[in-house]
Design a protein around this ligand. Structure first.
Ligand code: FES
Length: 70
């Protein structure tokens, strides 16, 4: 996935912005939403945010555990 790809058009939030918010400590979709504004416009991306946050949390966990298979 291209991290520079736009996730939330209403608030101009990219996938990279979501990951940055999570690296800074946001752990739930609500916290990412509060930090970035994602999902606070039309609401169309709000449900997808749950999935993206879950995926990124898994990535960050794997990164921390050193289990990226590198
Ligand atoms: S596209 Fe994210 S709130 Fe509208």
């Amino acid at each position: 996935m291209r991290m520079t790809k736009k996730f939330c058009n209403c608030r101009d939030v990219t996938y990279a912005d979501i990951m940055a918010a999570m690296r800074a400590g946001a752990a739930t979709a609500e916290e990412v939403s509060a930090a970035t504004g994602a999902g606070t416009g039309c609401g169309r991306c709000r449900e997808a945010l749950d999935f993206v946050v879950r995926d990124f949390a898994e990535e960050l966990r794997a990164e921390r555990d050193g289990s990226l298979g590198l």
